[in-house]
Design a protein. Sequence first.
Lengths: 300, 544
Amino acid sequence: MVTVGRKPARRRMQVTRGYRVFQAVNAVVLTVVVIVTLYPFVNVVARSFSQESYIRAGQVNLVPRGFNLATYKLVMADDMFWANYRNTVFYTVVATAVAITLTTCYAYVLSKKHLRGRSALVGIAVFTMFFSGGLIPNYILITSLGLKNSVWAIALPNAISVFNLLVMKAFFESMPVELEEAAAVDGLDTYRILWRIVLPLSKAMIATMVLFYAVAFWNSWFSAFLYMDQSDLFPVTVYLRNLIAGATGAGSVGAADADLQTAANIQAVTIVLTVVPILLVYPFVQRYFVSGVMLGAVKG
Amino acid sequence: MATRSRRRVAAFAAALLAVSLSACTGEESSSDDLSGNRVGAMSDYAVNSQFKATEALNFSILYNNHPNYPIKNEWLFWSELTKRTGVTLQPTAVPLSDYEQKRSLLIGAGDAPLIIPKTYPGQETPFVASGSILPVSDYLDLMPNFKDKITKWNLQPDVDQLRQLDGKFYLLPGLHENVWTDYSLGVRTDILAQLNLTAPKTWDEVYTMLKAMKAAYPNQYPMSDRWSKPTPGGALFNYMAGAFSTNGGWGYRNDYWDADAKKFVFTGATDGYRQMVTYLNKLVKEGLLDPESFTQDDDTAIQKLATGKSFVISANAQELVNKYRTTMAETLPKATMVKIPQPVGPAGEVKAGSRLENGVMISKKARESKNFVAMMQFIDWLYYSDAGQEFAKWGVPGTTYDKDASGKITLAPDVDYVKLNPTATKHLQKDFGFGNGVFAYGGTTALLQSTFSAEELEYQKAMDTRKILPVPPPHPYEDAEAEQATLWETPLKDHVAQMTLKFILGQRDLSEWDAYVAELKAKNSDAYIELVNKAYDRFAKQRG
């Protein structure tokens, strides 16, 4: 309340001519940036509702022309689409939960300067940023661990993103040591310090990480494609990817009318269908998102 | 893995020893002894006989799942196949979008199904060295229909192209009776009529036609082409090249087989290539061919056609009907368009192309199966017998199609396929699993053309009479050679592609052709061709 009350006074003092010009320029530039970023997306939405011939003639801009839902209907009428959509949600939730737990634990440990062998542990993580076992060894590993055709094949190999780990480590390092010391004096052990003191103070960081991981898992298709052998286990990304390939490939000799419509705006429909749900997550974590990244990055 | 397969080999060897104690020969000959692999096989299987396993068999198969007709367990195809042959296929469904990648992965990890279809000629080469793929050429005696078609259609030279350094081939290709050409020029016939022109038959007449169009519409390019991404002129150069005794576009290879001289020459430096480039340069120079043809994406080219800015474009049967005509119907209702037979060039009435289609690889481990012989007979029946091919494409007579006494096939009235019965409620591919790209391809010209429209048949009739150019002979490399060839190939190919465009677009004058050839030599084009010819000679001698 206090800050809100103080604001008008401050602003009155600063409104000089130069500041007004600055604001005008700012408004113009930012509006342009917004238009430039929004236009492609609005265009995609418009295309997704447009008729094939208008798309092909390049006549669709902001408003759908020849409004129709043929491709939406085709995609959504397929039971496999919904089955795979459920998989995507399930995989994203499980994999994000696993990833957040493991990354937090690893990062917290690494942030403790008195830990012996700390640099070796960091080294192990960073090593995987540059080198990996390769496709076939990974596949053999996952297969012989019996993870194939299960959610763990997606969740476990990607549970720790080294980039996220390092950001989080930097964040924990930037926390005042005194806080934890005080908690220790009050009789808390390591685990309870993490659970009661550190984590509540890290909500911003965790929210950011949830967003990073969730978006990554939502969009990912490759590990599912590698480790799943049945169509009904695929996430929706693999389903739509295949649909695009089939609609745009030269192999579909003698495509029917419905397929033509599909080929024309399948990409647009796909983008809308996969982007909208994850887009809805943003407003909820956006608040934390800004300050979270700043905290980790600046002080690390 | 290693121990497991070693154990398996050991067990196999032990079994063999037990079966044929008397035969104290080395491993080499025992591996060709099929006596332990005949369970379920027919003893009297021959050309045109119906394959039927003597006991129920299961074979695993890698399945390329097409999104337009996603795999269903209840397809009539599976049940009827089991009824006719006694074989049940167990598919591992892989999305079409990334089929190749998963195939490499599964083969590399030793996890591949026994039957690996949808493999294009050349794609099998990377797997040969690993020893995980069966050298099928060793077992052709088990495949009477395959051998019969090779002989009947004179396909030996085509199949020889598949041979690896060891003289064997590892892919059972799909076989076509004739070269099937689909790509050619699409021309606006209403403009031809308006200008009192007839459809051009030669590339010279194409030039005259474009010239006349330009005279009538001086402010636009009469031709604007597509299929230029990622290979500029991919389709155009490809189907033009045959007429100029060279190759280009999608089909570009650095080595061109000079059938008269019986040796390979460097494609980008041949006279034919120069003639083709010169011709196209003339079109661009005189404003007949849109210079953007080689850089624009397909949609832009089609937009130019649909808005009347161009009249001529590369076409195939499907794109003509599905895209050009439907789009123009909205924007230029009076426009009509046909695909003209490929224009003839200096090489005369010829057509180039391969008669091999994608085909089947077989896992090496299949050889150890007691059902190996039955499996080969089964593959031979399904993919290479007339009956099997008709079954895979059209289904079951009386249910999905009918065949009259003259052999003419008619689709059942309640079934649709390639828009033959657009109002039908059921679909041959989606609801029955026939006409499936995994099982149905190749075959006789009659079978291939049984789905063509009257218009496309007309086109094919015109093309059918042309002489088929000989295919280049095989020249498999030794390992070190292969490495060296790869090092040379890519820079050469890039330079040819780059200069081809510069010459055509007039950014480089054709008088500099000799300088260009010298640049190729500086990039080892001579050494490269020498290597190819050496490999060819050696292989030809080896095979006698």
